[in-house]
Write a protein that binds this ligand. Sequence first.
Ligand code: NAD
Length: 484
Amino acid sequence: MIIASEGPTHPMRFGRQLHSAANGHLLPVINPSTEQEIGSVPAGGAADVASAVERAEEGGRSWTALSWRARADLLGELAVRLADSAEELARLDTTDSGNPISGMRYDAMRAGEELRYFAGLGGEAKGDSIPWTADQFGLTFREPYGVVGRITAFNHPLLYTVGKSAAPLIVGNSVILKPSEHTSLSSLRFAEIAADLLPDGVLNVVTGTGTEAGAALVEHPRVHRLAFTGGVPTGRAILRAAAEGIKHVSLELGGKNPMIVFPDVDVDAAVRAAVTGMNLRRSSGQSCQSTSRILVHESIAGKFIEALVALVETLRVGDPHRDDVEMGPISFATHYERVMNYIEIGKSEGATLATGGTRPAGLDVGYFIAPTVFTDVDPQMRIANEEIFGPVMSVLTWNDYDEMLQLANGVEYGLTANVWTRDFTAAHRTAQRLEAGMVWINGETSRPAGVPFGGFKHSGIGKEGGLSEVLGYTREKSVIVNLV
Ligand code: NAD
């Protein structure tokens, strides 16, 4: 266990109460732009999770008893507080994750939107009446689970903290959030902002590693509903552990998302979409929905690659707090090594490194990697199949439609896909045949509130972002009524 030594310690927060790890251990908080230690967070474990569950159960009683309208009013007020602190929270995420400030301002705005959107859906968690005879009928009710455990990934810390708490909260659950050990600061600050507004114990943050704090949350016998955002191997481990307690688990996992480019496109528009879709500007390509696998038609491949490389090379990489910087560093050291290792794998597999692949000139400190494009990528190569989760794009070419579809669907993932063509029928037919939970036609990244998001195949179980997410935090109870 690493004991942090420099900077302030940011304690865990269980409702209004501050909490240190029972074992006294701390984890360092490292600024990825400078590689400096800027503080620490408690390395929580099973004892801390047990305390959080007790607080959450206590707080949950009064929260559940409120009308959904009253809960919605409080979540609306929380969105106002969030907006008031948006700049501070965005700065915190930029320092902690290395994501550019423009992207983190956007995340703070989106987080408020999620709160307001889900607050408005509370009344939809309603039941049915099922007729039988004049004297007998069935009713169904949707009840909260009680305590919900939410375990999140490192790449959009505030957005996940807020957005992924909103649906469980509006239907009367209390939430224990376990943010990534690499980016916990904005979760702790958000919980502080919410502390005197929500009933005590309704929103709780346990910090620590996945194998200790995260696993303890998964295993706790009184946490019956778990939701996870992160990698496939962790998702598997959580499903296995949750099987012991027969828990309801939803999983938002990784992707190796194809962007399919037909020969009839406006090449410049498609190239802009490929770069925006990679989320280089929001999170250095550390995005589950990044357009990391470009399948471009052979007839326009030369023009497309030339324009792609030219655009990628214009991106300004550097101090993510600066307004004119478009891409920051990778969020933490081991992930930086992992991404760099994939670049070496791509080279050794025989792909052509068209641009990037190294530290950008002049940035000797910080986990910076120049945005990278590989061409001449073969479908069998690891960089064509495995999620890199960094600023690395692989370009493959096609000339036969059916082979292209096989290629698009030929990975273990099925999170998102993008189809670029002016042919309306080809676009829809392709969308129908893609094994992906979300398909953009001539678009990238953005989606209206309420559009469900979630993967097929190894990319996950369940949908988030719409009504189904809200209903997924309720359990349905049937009551048979006999009029005597
Ligand atoms: P990760 O799986 O390493 O960690 C995610 C979270 O799980 C962290 O909070 C971690 O501490 C915790 N954890 C780790 N081991 C655990 C265990 N045994 N039990 C319980 N919790 C455990 O993922 P990451 O590196 O933070 O994020 C990158 C991954 O997340 C990528 O694969 C990416 O595609 C995926 N992701 C998916 C979505 C989506 O919406 N589908 C969104 C963002 C990220």
